[in-house]
Design a protein around this ligand. Structure first.
Ligand code: MG
Length: 246
């Protein structure tokens, strides 16, 4: 009886093992995928726009921008450069964006006028709300979370990578828009990486909400939105502005 019982148990074990197929041996091809094929683009030389970029300013005109109250943008365009024209107001892209890579070149006025926030102030507002500060911080102290490369009044830059007044600075900005539920509550705050003259000054920084001059920021739900450049009354110059939607 004992022998027969032992035989019955081993038979059941053998059947169970047969029912579960052994996983196949892994080979390199099992973890490769080929579709979709990656789109081919042509990178730009130096800071020139790649072939899939939206050109927002190529030095010729402000046709991609609008001014105050939705009219024409009134900043001066001359010799391939746009210059903030005091009192004409901020300029805003006609197109709205969500997540993007943005390249902007800017120069503080050659003639140094004013100090702290009054010297070469402008700004790049991502989605119309979140300011990456533009300021002449070459030998010009101001509050740390208000200087060039800061997320204004939120996050100071990691270092001061300014070039001299009159020289060209580059910003390369990687931006992930905030996400909201249908009822308007925040799912995920915005994030931004800013590279100033090739130097990381914001590393995947979480934004606390829209830029506020006075008071604490707090998110309000929004969809796609434009970029805008700030008229802070100083003749800051811009050139070579392009954006890639991500
Ligand atoms: Mg500003």
């Amino acid at each position: 009886m004992l022998v027969a019982g032992f035989f019955a148990v081993t038979q059941v074990q053998a059947q169970t093992q047969e029912a579960i197929p052994k996983p196949p041996k892994m080979v390199p091809e099992m973890t490769e995928f080929w579709e979709p094929e990656i789109k081919v683009i042509t990178p730009g030389n130096g800071t020139a726009a790649p072939s899939d970029a939206i050109i927002l300013f190529d030095g010729k005109d402000l046709s991609k921008w609008k001014g105050k109250d939705g009219g024409d943008a009134k900043w001066q365009v001359k010799d391939g450069v746009m210059t903030v024209t005091k009192g004409t107001g901020d300029i805003t892209t006609k197109q709205n964006f969500e997540d993007f890579q943005l390249h902007v070149e800017w120069s503080s006025p050659t003639e140094v006028v004013g100090k702290s926030q009054g010297r070469g102030n402008s700004g790049i507002f991502l989605q119309d709300r979140y300011e990456v500060q533009v300021l002449d911080n070459y030998n010009n102290r101001t509050y740390s979370n208000g200087q060039a490369g800061s997320i204004y009044k939120q996050s100071p830059p990691l270092v001061n990578a300014m070039r001299k007044p009159g020289e060209w600075n580059t910003y390369d900005i990687l931006y992930t828009a905030p996400r909201f539920k249908e009822n308007g509550t925040l799912i995920m705050p915005a994030r931004v990486t800013v590279i100033h003259n090739g130097v990381v000054v914001q590393n995947n920084t979480e934004l606390k909400g829209p830029t506020e001059y006075i008071g604490l920021p707090s998110y309000k739900a929004h969809g796609k939105a434009p970029l805008h450049l700030q008229d802070h009354g100083n003749p800051v110059r811009f050139r070579n502005i392009w954006l890639r939607e991500l």
